[in-house]
Design a protein around this ligand. Structure first.
Ligand SMILES: Cc1cc2nc3c(=O)[nH]c(=O)nc-3n(C[C@H](O)[C@H](O)[C@H](O)COP(=O)(O)O)c2cc1C
Length: 362
């Protein structure tokens, strides 16, 4: 089906990204599930994904979770528009009604996404009230119906992201039966496993990413029990050394918070893990310049560039002057200035940091 037109500032013909740069970003999108950046609500919006693409061309990217209600009754273009350089790109859906999910998967395919992913891991109360997210793990038959309905509706891969249990259910059989049912009855072949339980009562989503113990062993067992399925390990992977280790055991690794907070680590991924010959970017200044050009285009199109700059704040982590650079980019009094001007101020501030002061590096 023909892709709907996108009335977006960053798809304009005169977008000032060097043509060969853009072509390279488009061509290099081909690495399956080996390495991905996790879906993160309020974080992995399209600006963040564009930023990540400046650092890695081959890593699979995920949208924030989009609920079926928001898509079926809201502004579809606002939720689904993306820039072509974001491929390979998965749309994560939240919902539990097979017909609604099928309709939304169809929209995702029509918009040009590469994968539809169903959220069975979100523990938030709002999601729980809607009876989807992590609480769906208690209903594997329903999840299988949802997956089957989506697979019948689209020709894209349909994957599931889930936890290893809910509440205090720690038995391996629970997650084994969930995966078994969703695979055999729903036809799902790729499971992204956040390797901790979701505790559905009394703690926040943030605590739910920290308090329930991480159990990578459970994912190892799943992999042994279902050799015909692919398992992507997620949860607590914080360094490129850890990624290297996990990729020796799992088909894929998904990184969330560490990718967001220390984005320059992504610049190593294409060559180190994804078979590329050259990096998308060799140094931080170049990444900042290209993202500034993106923000200039946003500003020209009437969208505040601060919606995008916030995703870049970790770029200079652990380098001299990082703190001052970050402070300038975070200064709301500068929001009336152009991104180019703010970038110049931020770099001047970083350069003025006293050499050897550990606080300036943090
Ligand atoms: C701010 C934030 C928002 C998140 N939103 C989502 C979401 O929309 N969908 C989802 O499946 N997981 C979401 N997660 C969970 C992450 O995808 C991931 O499973 C979790 O952070 C564990 O991976 P990590 O230890 O590498 O961060 C979110 C995590 C964070 C930090």
């Amino acid at each position: 089906m023909e892709q709907p037109p996108r009335a977006n500032w960053d798809n304009r013909d005169h977008a000032p990204v060097a043509p060969n740069d853009r072509a390279a970003m488009l061509i290099d999108a081909s690495a399956g599930w080996r390495l991905s950046v996790a879906p993160m609500m309020d974080w992995t919006d399209r600006h963040c994904r564009y930023f990540h693409r400046l650092l890695t061309r081959r890593t699979r990217l995920y949208t924030e979770m989009v609920t079926t209600g928001a898509l079926l009754h809201g502004d579809v273009a606002r939720h689904l528009d993306f820039d072509a350089v974001e491929h390979p790109l998965a749309l994560q859906l939240g919902g539990s009604e097979p017909a609604d999910l099928a309709a939304c998967a169809r929209l995702g395919e029509q918009w040009g996404y590469d994968e539809i992913n169903l959220n069975c891991g979100c523990p938030s109360e709002r999601v729980r009230r809607g009876a989807f997210g992590a609480c769906l793990m208690a209903e594997p038959e329903l999840v299988a119906d949802c997956v089957r309905a989506m697979r019948n509706a689209v020709s894209l891969p349909v994957t599931v992201k889930h936890r290893i249990g809910i509440d205090r259910i720690e038995s391996y059989d629970f997650v084994r039966d969930f995966v078994g049912t969703v695979a055999s009855r729903g036809g799902c072949e790729v499971f992204i496993v956040h390797a901790r339980n979701a505790w559905l009562q009394g703690i926040s989503p943030k605590q739910n990413r920290e308090l329930p113990p991480l159990r990578h062993d459970t994912v190892r067992r799943l992999r042994a029990d279902f050799p015909e399925l692919a398992f992507v390990l997620n949860g607590g992977v914080t360094s490129n050394e850890q990624i290297a280790g996990q990729l020796r055991e799992f088909e894929g690794v998904m990184v969330g918070r560490a990718a967001y907070h220390d984005p320059f680590a992504l610049a190593e991924w294409d060559v180190r893990f994804l078979g590329a010959e050259v990096r998308a970017s060799a140094e931080r200044d170049g990444v900042e310049d290209r993202y500034v050009a993106y923000m200039e285009r946003m500003a020209a199109g009437g969208e505040p560039w601060s919606h995008a700059s916030r995703h870049m704040l970790g770029l200079r982590n652990a380098t001299p002057g990082a703190r001052r650079w970050r402070q300038v980019w975070s200064d709301h009094r500068l929001h009336g200035r152009s991104p180019r001007e703010v970038s110049a101020l931020a770099r001047a501030a970083a350069a003025s940091a006293p050499v050897g002061d550990a606080a300036e590096v943090a």
